[in-house]
Design a protein around this ligand. Structure first.
Ligand code: HEC
Ligand code: HEC
Length: 215
């Protein structure tokens, strides 16, 4: 096990050494092992995979470069607390979405997040992200800390995906404007790779080949 994985598994408390602590401050439970993807392959480039099952898994694996990008994952955390930035650190100021997904009465997400991104020059923050539906994904839709395969199985499971069939999942991924924010995230934030259209085409391919999940 690597030092980072050890810290993830056992937490900082078990360690006295400064080295372990240094790792702990730069690593968060939901943080991806690899840096966020910057490019997205075209759905057409998977057409040559003969087996429909393998092609389906390949479509999802490519789409996961978007799904597992910090722009998406920050709103699909393992706890009721949103995360921020490419390293998915806890939201500052501390924020608890609760069961409503929109935050406590008196400090709803919309007290700071408006209908659109707002460029700002305060406290080292370049912009405050915004969208009219800004809120945290419900607990059943938490993705941080899950493997790609487990996210895939959760996304296609109506019991956990908000009672959506695969067509509804397609429309949400390909057309929803809150999902679309990830490609227009405001000053100082790296967008999700590709375009929402190219991402939608990968999801279309995945569904049309039986929505198979990677192991
Ligand atoms: C008191 C103000 C405030 C409230 C309330 C607030 N936020 Fe934020 N949020 C911010 C600011 C400011 C940023 C930008 C910080 C930065 O970029 O470093 C931010 C950034 C984020 C991001 C990071 C986007 C990214 O990919 O980096 C997410 C996700 C987020 N907020 C979700 C929420 C949710 C969900 C709620 C309600 C449960 C909420 N916030 C409530 C001020 C707030
Ligand atoms: C600002 C927060 C926010 C961001 C950013 C965000 N989501 Fe979500 N997501 C939500 C909320 C809230 C819901 C629940 C909506 C509902 O059920 O109507 C949700 C639900 C979903 C669902 C439905 C089912 C499921 O299994 O989770 C999918 C799929 C999804 N999001 C994909 C994405 C993708 C892909 C991205 C990035 C390109 C993304 N989301 C970015 C807040 C966000």
């Amino acid at each position: 096990m690597t030092a980072a994985a050890t810290v993830r598994r056992f937490g900082v408390v078990a360690f006295g050494s400064a080295a372990a602590l240094a790792v702990a401050v730069s690593t968060y439970p939901g943080e991806a092992a690899a840096p966020p993807a910057t490019e997205l392959r075209d759905a057409a480039s998977f057409a040559s995979i003969r087996s429909a099952d393998a092609r389906s898994q390949a479509y999802f694996t490519e789409a996961a470069k978007v799904i597992m990008h910090p722009r998406c994952m920050n709103c699909h955390p393992a706890t009721r607390r949103p995360t921020q930035g490419d390293n998915m650190h806890p939201h500052e100021p501390p924020m608890f979405a609760g069961e409503s997904n929109i935050g406590p009465a008196g400090l709803a997400c919309s007290s700071c997040h408006g209908d659109a991104n707002v460029t700002t020059y305060t406290a080292g923050i370049r912009s405050i992200p915004g969208n009219s539906h800004w809120s945290l994904a419900p607990a059943s839709m938490a993705w941080q800390g899950l493997s790609m395969g487990d996210i895939c199985r959760q996304v296609r499971d109506p019991k956990r995906n908000g009672d959506r069939d695969l067509e509804a999942i397609y429309h949400h991924m390909a057309e929803d404007h809150l999902v679309g924010w990830a490609w227009h995230p405001g000053d100082g934030r790296v967008p999700a790779p590709g375009t929402q259209k190219a991402f939608g085409a990968l999801i279309r391919g995945w569904i049309d080949t039986g929505a198979k999940c990677p192991a």
